[in-house]
Design a protein around this ligand. Structure first.
Ligand code: FAD
Ligand code: NAI
Length: 464
């Protein structure tokens, strides 16, 4: 008989935590998961990936009807926006998926402890006033919105991503602070539904971290769609007066300040790890200068029996990264070998077209390996994209010159998020660009552009 209530206690039921809990239970460990939200699924299912994709998907339909794309294909409709219905389908998706996790917890015999968990020591936490002990505790508390100093988020006029998912009317002018993933995805939703959208970005280009070619091309595409960009500009304050907000901004490199009026301001300048109130000091843990909990490659923290995964530890703040770490940590706790290859984590921006990448950017590959080879293929040369009237974008394959091993793949294409999976898998198997080029791809598919970009690494694409 163990002295502990549970073998494993997971704090947080986001994609990291709930997956860790389910896998631990599948491996025969007595498992509980503490969650302070009313529903399971964390940021991702409640206010992140899922509701944002529900609004992106629905607004794509509206946009296709309103911007002439459907008419071009012989389907004439005059769209009328029923925003409550659009929100209804979003809420329905969230309800079904969060309920699905509850079902999976029951099926796998994971106990859901409702409430905020705080450490008492390395093997016990209090959850809603109850002390619970466990041999292993996994911190999977996720992240929340980074505030902008001097800017108060009221979730009505000045909103975070959560408020931006729920707006009751289409703003006339939405200003997005930050040209990262959230700004571009949620800015796209409201632009499609009729808002004028201005994106103010501190850096001199949008989408930091992505391949430079991709950033430049994405900027061009968004501009063509109607986004206005103020690049190299820092927002220094937002004042709300009645139904209007006034932003003050200044050039990032110094210069005269200027103002901008909006009836909705989305603050999307990043997210920060959730560690406040966890009681880390009681288990001797500190956070690094980015507020993250450091772990070793098995996801062990410095405190005995305490592990950490997901947005609260270093690495990209992505649901699939958190999920993979959830599986790995449970396997490590069970004495198996749980591994996550952090070099091969795809990232996707779910705009129209989608933007995706995996591995190194061309710039990073050159810096790391010196000699590289790059193959690029335009979506304009892809028969399926052309037939569907989706000419924007390209695929780029970056390979090491000497070995031909693929180091990175980047894509701007309508289904780039789906296409990038094959690139990740090929890279996981150590593929060369030639391996991809000689793999038979179904015709006509957008994925043929990946094959052609790989052929372009050897200088031999067919359709350009
Ligand atoms: P979270 O999902 O943040 O879950 C942590 C959970 O822990 C929360 O439910 C929280 O309530 C709970 N918690 C915190 N502290 C305690 C405590 N002390 N006691 C009990 N419970 C606690 N990623 C993608 O990969 N694809 C996307 O398309 C995507 N879209 C996004 C869209 C938006 C608008 C946002 C905001 C994020 C998006 N993300 C996306 C990022 C993704 O949501 C996160 O990377 C992912 O949710 C992280 O998972 P996690 O398990 O680490 O943490
Ligand atoms: P982000 O880090 O992607 O982008 C923030 C942007 O804000 C940066 O470009 C930064 O330079 C800029 N910025 C910072 N301070 C500024 C200021 N004062 N004025 C102007 N610009 C400023 O952060 P974002 O978009 O908030 O998203 C947070 C995280 O959520 C992402 O990094 C990602 O991990 C996750 N996410 C993932 C999605 C996906 O996978 N499709 C979708 C949405 C979120």
């Amino acid at each position: 008989m163990s002295d502990f209530d549970y073998d494993v206690l997971v704090i947080g039921a986001g994609p990291g935590g709930y997956v860790a809990a389910i896998r631990a239970a599948q491996l025969g460990l007595k498992t509980a998961c503490a969650e302070s939200r009313e529903t399971l699924g964390g940021t991702c299912l409640n206010v992140g990936c899922i509701p944002s994709k529900a609004m992106l998907h629905a607004s794509e339909y509206f946009d296709a009807a309103a911007n002439g794309a459907m008419a071009k294909m012989g389907v004439i409709v005059e769209p009328r926006l029923d925003l409550p219905a659009m929100h209804g389908q979003r809420l329905d998706a969230v309800k079904q998926l969060t309920g699905g996790i509850e079902f999976l917890f029951k099926k796998n015999k994971v106990t859901w402890l409702k409430g905020l968990a705080t450490f008492e020591d390395a093997h016990s936490v209090s959850v809603a006033g109850q002390k619970v002990t466990a041999k292993n505790i996994v911190i999977a508390t996720g992240s929340s919105v980074t505030p902008l100093p001097g800017v108060e988020i009221d979730e009505k006029i000045v909103v975070s991503s959560t408020g931006a998912l729920e707006l009751e009317r289409v703003p006339e002018h939405m200003v997005v602070i930050g040209g990262g993933v959230i700004g571009l995805e949620l800015g796209s939703v409201w632009r499609r539904l009729g808002a004028k959208v201005t994106c103010v970005e501190y850096l001199d280009q949008i989408l930091p971290g992505m391949d430079a070619d991709v950033r430049k091309e994405a900027n061009k595409i968004f501009k063509k769609q109607g986004f206005e960009f103020k690049l190299g500009t820092k927002v220094t304050g937002v004042k709300v007066n009645g139904a209007k907000a006034t932003l003050t901004m200044e050039p990032a490199k110094g210069g005269a300040a200027e103002t901008l009026e909006a009836d909705c301001v989305l603050v999307s300048i990043g997210r920060r790890p959730n560690t406040d109130g966890l009681g880390l000091e009681k288990i001797g843990l500190t956070v690094n200068n980015r507020g993250q909990i450091e772990t070793d490659h098995e996801f062990r923290t410095k405190a005995d029996g305490v592990w950490a995964i997901g947005d609260v530890i270093p690495g990209p703040m992505l649901a699939h990264k958190a999920e993979d770490e959830g599986i790995a940590v449970a396997e490590n706790i069970a004495g198996l070998t749980g591994i996550v290859n952090h070099d091969i984590i795809p990232s996707v921006v779910y705009t129209w077209p989608e933007i995706a990448g995996v591995g190194l950017t061309e710039e990073d590959a050159r810096a790391k390996y010196g000699e590289i080879k790059v193959g690029k293929f335009p979506m304009l040369g892809n028969s399926r994209a052309k037939t569907n009237h989706e000419p924007d974008g390209f695929v780029k394959v970056v390979a090491e010159a000497r070995s031909d091993r693929v180091l990175g793949v980047w894509a701007i294409a309508v289904p780039a998020g789906t296409m990038i999976a094959q690139a990740a898998q090929a890279m996981e198997f150590g593929a060369t660009s030639e391996d991809i080029a000689y793999t038979c791809h179904a015709h006509p598919t957008h994925s043929e552009a990946i094959k052609e970009a790989a052929m372009a690494v050897q200088g031999k694409p067919i359709h350009v």
